[in-house]
Write a protein that binds this ligand. Structure first.
Ligand code: FES
Ligand code: FES
Length: 340
């Protein structure tokens, strides 16, 4: 994944260049940095604590400076290990230019991740990476201008990372998000690391969307986002900004349950009910997809949802019944033996 950005730093090019090569300054600017040690002029050992969606880990790694051209820029190569969380590699090219009395800093980075981080999805990882870069340079600007008598002139542009464009970075890791939830317009000021599931449950009180794991495996948090079933613990609120979200609370029409809700009740597709909102929202994604509904497509649609008590036979029956009631082409099996 790639991300890039530009920052106008309120300091001369000499000052910016010196700071870019000063481990003490860099340590202050990296979010979650626990240590930053110079091995030599061109190699630094770094320990950073970071959260990427549901994955939280302590990453240990090395940064190496290459192609150093004094006052013009350098190439930074990094690699880090986060234990069970996985690993990452990154190359960033940083260049400096005069911008009047200030300095224009331009960066372009490319990153690759593996392990659990890779399972989260490049969109979320890239978005978090872009925001970390944005915060790094915003802090870098603050450090260079603190005590310099140059005031708090705002920094220039935010990082141009992947993800939605319908949010505004209001500084200090905060963002304004606007979206439609169950037909109602919603606007909130949130920490830019807020997950969509946190926005729904904590900020909007929509606790029908459940959290059953922190590894994006259980599917209890599934909601509809722009017509597609997504696990809301793997989506940042800022990524959903501008979108249309439907949760389990928004599925029924007035006093009438959705056919899926009725069918889950009638087919005994639940016991404790914890997985049920996610099961229904994933099934909703399938029924809206236009696919042929049959045993195989239902199993595929629900393979990211875990039920710990009911088993899957009655759940599959419920989806078949709902599809039939909705008049969708459904090739229901007489028996569902062999379902997971
Ligand atoms: S809470 Fe989202 S997949 Fe488990
Ligand atoms: S009904 Fe209990 S976990 Fe599925």
């Amino acid at each position: 994944m790639e991300f890039k950005g530009r920052q106008v730093i309120r300091a001369s090019r000499e000052t910016v260049w010196t700071a870019l090569n000063n481990p003490a300054v860099l340590e202050q600017c990296i979010d979650g940095c626990e240590s930053f040690t110079a091995v030599n002029d061109s190699e630094w050992q770094v320990v950073v604590r970071a959260s990427v969606g549901p994955v939280k880990a302590r990453f240990k790694g090395a940064l190496t400076v290459q192609d150093r051209e004094p006052l013009k820029g350098y190439r930074l190569r990094g690699q880090g290990e986060g234990g069970m969380a996985g690993f990452g590699e990154m190359t960033a090219v940083v260049t400096l230019e005069d911008e009047g009395a200030d300095t224009l800093l331009v960066y372009a980075a490319e990153a690759h991740v593996g392990g659990k981080l890779a399972q989260i999805g490049s969109r979320l990882v890239g978005s978090v990476g872009a925001k970390m870069a944005d915060r790094f340079f915003a802090r870098f600007n603050e450090v260079l201008t603190e005590g310099g008598g140059e005031g708090q002139r705002p920094t220039a542009t935010a990082a141009e990372g992947p993800g939605s464009t319908a949010w505004t970075n209001s500084g200090a890791g905060q963002a304004n998000v606007e979206l439609t939830v169950n037909g109602q317009p919603v606007r909130r000021h949130v920490d830019d690391r807020t997950l969509l599931v946190e926005l729904l449950r904590r900020d909007l009180g929509l606790t029908g969307t459940h959290v059953g794991c922190d590894t994006s495996q259980c599917g209890a948090c599934t909601v509809r986002l722009d017509g597609v079933a997504v696990k809301s613990c793997t989506v940042l609120a800022v990524q959903a900004s501008g979108g249309e979200v439907v949760t389990i609370e928004g599925l029924a029409k007035k006093d009438s349950m959705h056919p899926l809700q009725k069918a889950f009740v009638q087919c005994h597709g639940l016991q404790c009910g914890f997985c049920t909102p996610g099961m229904i929202m994933s099934s909703d994604g399938l029924l809206r997809s236009g696919q042929q509904i049959d045993h195989a497509s239902i199993c595929t649609a629900l393979e990211g949802n875990i039920c710990r008590c009911t088993g899957y036979v009655n759940i599959i029956r419920a989806v078949e019944q709902a599809a039939t009631e909705m008049g969708l082409p459904c090739n229901a099996r007489a028996d569902t033996e062999g379902a997971r």
